[in-house]
Design a protein around this ligand. Structure first.
Ligand SMILES: Nc1ncnc2c1ncn2[C@@H]1O[C@H](COP(=O)(O)OP(=O)(O)OP(=O)(O)O)[C@@H](O)[C@H]1O
Ligand SMILES: [Mg+2]
Length: 65
């Protein structure tokens, strides 16, 4: 059904820990993925696009360009 929410993403967070260093890349990020819509995640390098996609279990197609 068009505009049906097929994947609600609610309050996703991710903190990377490397030794004593912690980097919170995502903090309480939410969005809705809807049927029949093309959703793009855009932003500057380091803004956590890949982190968001991996954390949510999607495929990061930016590896192709
Ligand atoms: N495996 C990791 N370990 C530690 N820090 C990480 C790791 N992966 C990403 N980060 C950090 O998380 C933040 C977001 O990185 P991410 O790769 O998700 O950004 P991006 O928007 O996909 O960047 P780009 O456009 O360069 O691909 C950055 O500060 C990055 O240094
Ligand atoms: Mg990336």
């Amino acid at each position: 059904m068009p505009n049906e929410i097929v994947a609600p993403v609610i309050q996703v967070g991710k903190t990377y820990k490397t030794g004593d260093t912690e980097i919170t890349a995502l903090q309480a990020s939410s969005m809705d993925l809807k049927a029949g819509e093309l959703t793009l995640i855009i932003g500057p390098s380091g803004s956590a696009k890949t982190t968001f996609i991996i954390t949510f279990g999607l495929c990061d197609l930016s590896i192709f360009w």
